[in-house]
Design a protein around this ligand. Sequence first.
Ligand code: ACO
Length: 431
Amino acid sequence: MKQDNTRTAQLTLEGNVYTLPIVEGTMGEKAIDISTLLKETGYITLDTGYKNTGSCTSTITYLDGKQGILRYRGYDIEDLANNCSFVEVCYLLLHGELPDEEQLRSFKSLIERFALIHEDMIHFFDHFPSHASPMSILSVMVNSLCNYYPEMSNDPMEDFDITSTRIISKIRTIAAFSYKKSMGHPLVYPRNDLSYCGNFLNMMFDKSVRPYVVLPEVVAALNKLLILHGDHEQNCSTSTVRLVGSAGVNLYASIAAGINALWGPLHGGANEAVLEMLETIYADDSNFQKYINKAKDRNDPFRLSGFGHRVYKTYDPRGKIIKKACDEIMNVLDVSDPLLDIAYSLEEIALKDEYFIERNLFPNVDFYSGIIYRALGIPTNMFTVMFALGRVPGWIAQWKEMREDPATRIGRPRQIFIGETAREFVPLHNR
Ligand code: ACO
């Protein structure tokens, strides 16, 4: 970060002029540094929903919402999605550079080493009701890992490589086991002869009565989806991970908090909501216009799931890649899905509609991802879990960056109190 001493911002408050520094990022993003504002002026800033607030500086992900650019550590998302394995991208996010062959080999072997979860933890799955949400199971299990693998309690950074790889590896096993348990099927243990994605698919779908054939095209589609979800700078779940981590809590607990934030239908839960919405429209004679009208009606809480984004005011670059991948996988698997036709039609109508045009509402990453997951055989209630598997390296990289930044303090926003002023206490018998 550069401080531009030639340019400053002037703030006039009650007749006094205050000079505030301007800082600039490497891509020319500018910010007014208000960190001394309260001390100097007695004022805070008010920014509900943090639409306008930079909470940190970061070197991990760059996104430009107007031009639809997304880069991890300087690499364009399309290049990474088309040329890398998810494990390579995990390494890039965590370490800042793409691995060379030796680095990749040793990173992979760490991931393979940690693929199992402690047998005692497997009993946890037996005590959730069969209809339990896989997201709640995921966060509970990841949180519990700190009891079984507690290295990070002394010096978190010393064990960082081990703990981070452990989470990336075990979260995949936990996700697959939760699915098997929900189906009442025996668990399928990890196999290190398979790739990260192939191993996950095998744990999900292999059955002793019908062995699963890991198709390279299916692995490639999943690999792409996970890469596209790898990181997305200071979104709700990532900010949660940083905020929780800033209190000094361990990495497992911080990631579990991120999983909980991701669960929400306005965030990662949108991929599940999109599928449910498309199913509802299908069951309603594919009456798209009815749902477009509902989305536009201010008195109706219905929103077009998978549309709109806090930062992107153009087509989400991830959405574009996923839409193409969706067509490809449908062709490869030779399946057709009426929900895909509904999604195309909804998109076409919405993009021509004044309401969506005026508000810059475009399909986001979640609009087509569910259709691919469905084609791969992943059940709807696991969609957000898939998002979490992809996002975990980003959360970990952001947590590490936060911990290593000397400027980090415990996250503690302020407020403007608008409640009752001081009141006289009234004893219970007089109220
Ligand atoms: N359908 C209909 N109207 C919408 C939609 C939508 N999907 N999204 C935004 N709008 C409208 C709002 O009603 C508002 O209209 P108004 O100005 O007339 O009041 C305007 O567009 C701006 O919306 P906000 O809610 O202020 O925008 P915000 O940046 O706070 O919200 C969000 C972004 C949460 C993603 C929103 O677009 C939304 O709810 N989308 C649907 C859920 C979704 O797809 N979430 C996934 C996001 S991607 C991710 O998290 C991985």
